[in-house]
Every structure is written in structure tokens, then in C-alpha cells.
Design a protein around this ligand. Structure first.
Ligand code: G3P
Length: 217
């Protein structure tokens, strides 16, 4: 399973990247706004740091302008994935940009039928939003499972990029189902290390180290 980091915060990406935890990065207009940075400038910095795909989202809603924006975004670096919304115009832009040989991430996916259309339009990644489905009392994991089944039934190569991840259990469930990629905020990825029995066990070891005066260096 690939780990993408869902942020435009350079320091947070760098920390995880140094540990080999970053297979790619996803950004969106809200994350760019939060960073307070210029989209081109911050995206260029991220692309220079990370080897894998870096998703940068278009701002237009019509296909023609989305395609023009996508062509500008891919000039930033060779690892840009153009992010387009799952609308009819977004699918048109996806088809043109993927036919041009660019990676395309189709975002704001909330149904398996939408995911099927994105695959047929040549999407490199489909981004189903788990957390936002959970927010309205639906089960985001049912969507991941449905897309996995449909893509496997027909051999679609579009990668399932589980997005809007809010908890470590979202990551675990995505891995169990077989999502190709998860994208999560840095804090959620880091929280995966936590376990109370690890803390308890370490406390016991530390007290024995102290009691026995064990030294290595
Ligand atoms: O990857 C999409 C993600 O940024 C959306 O997350 O928590 O705003 O639903 P959220």
C-alpha cells in the first residue's frame, strides 16, 4: 500500500519523507489556503522533495480551462498529477490530459458509478472521500469495497486512492479492502504508531534498565 500525505505543509511532509513514509502528496484548494502559500511556489517545493506523484488541483469548472490549468500545472515538475473534480467537465479534462500522457487524480468521488466513469476516462487515481461519507451517516468503506470489486471485475488500472481519511481505522480498513493508496493528514499517519501496550511495555523495560543499571554506551 502506498502512503500519500494530504497536506501542503512542507515541514510535515519532510519529516515523514525522511522516514521513507511518503510515496506521494495530495493537495487541494483548502490545503493550499491553509498553508498560506502560492500554489505554484509551494507545489514546486513539494515536487522537489518527493519522488512520487504530487496532486495539484485545478480551479476552473469548465473542461477547456481545466485542461489549460492542468497543462500549466504539469510544467511545474514531472511528478505532478493533475487533480480534477468528478463532474462531466472534469471527466472531459481527465480524458484529454491522460491522453496527453499526464497523471490525473479525479477527486470528490462519492459513488462507485462515478469511479467507473473516471476509470473509463483514463484516470490514474480515483479519490473516494471516506470521511465525508461517514459525516452523513453512510459508510465510506462500503464505497472503497465497491470500487475495488468493480475495478477488479474488469481489470481497470485506475488506482484507488482512499481520501478524506480521518482516523487510523480508516487506514487499516482501506488496507484490508485493498485500496492501492491512502492519503492522510500527517497527524493520522503518525498516530498509527501508538499502542498502550507498547507504552506499558517500554515503561516496564525502562524501570528494569534503571534497577539493573544496564548500560550499552
Ligand atoms: O484528500 C481529500 C481530503 O483533503 C479531504 O479531507 O477531511 O476535508 O474531508 P476532509
Amino acid at each position: 500500500m502506498k502512503f500519500f500525505v494530504d497536506t501542503a505543509e512542507i515541514d510535515a511532509i519532510a519529516e515523514l519523507n525522511d522516514l521513507g513514509m511518503v510515496d506521494g502528496v495530495t493537495t487541494n484548494p483548502s490545503l493550499i489556503k491553509k498553508s498560506g502559500r502560492d500554489i505554484i511556489e509551494v507545489t514546486r517545493e513539494i515536487c522537489a522533495m518527493v519522488d512520487g506523484p504530487v496532486s495539484a488541483e485545478v480551479t476552473a469548472t469548465d473542461a477547456e480551462t481545466m485542461i489549460a490549468e492542468g497543462r500549466k500545472l504539469v510544467e511545474i515538475a514531472g511528478n505532478i498529477a493533475v487533480k480534477v473534480p468528478l463532474t462531466w467537465d472534469g471527466l472531459k479534462a481527465c480524458k484529454v490530459l491522460s491522453d496527453d500522457g499526464h497523471m490525473v487524480n479525479v477527486t470528490l468521488c462519492f459513488s462507485a458509478n462515478q469511479a467507473l466513469l473516471a476509470a473509463k476516462a483514463g484516470a490514474t487515481f480515483i479519490s473516494p472521500f471516506i470521511g465525508r461519507l461517514d459525516d452523513i451517516n453512510l459508510d465510506g468503506m462500503d464505497l472503497i469495497q465497491d470500487i475495488r470489486t468493480i475495478y477488479d471485475n474488469y481489470g481497470f488500472e485506475t488506482q484507488i486512492l482512499a481520501a478524506s481519511i480521518r482516523s487510523v481505522n480508516h487506514i487499516l480498513d482501506s488496507a484490508r479492502i485493498g485500496a492501492d493508496v491512502i492519503t492522510a493528514p500527517p497527524a493520522v499517519i503518525k498516530a498509527m504508531v501508538n499502542h498502550p501496550l507498547t507504552d506499558k511495555g517500554l515503561d516496564a523495560f525502562l524501570s528494569d534498565i534503571k534497577a539493573a543499571g544496564i548500560k550499552i554506551l
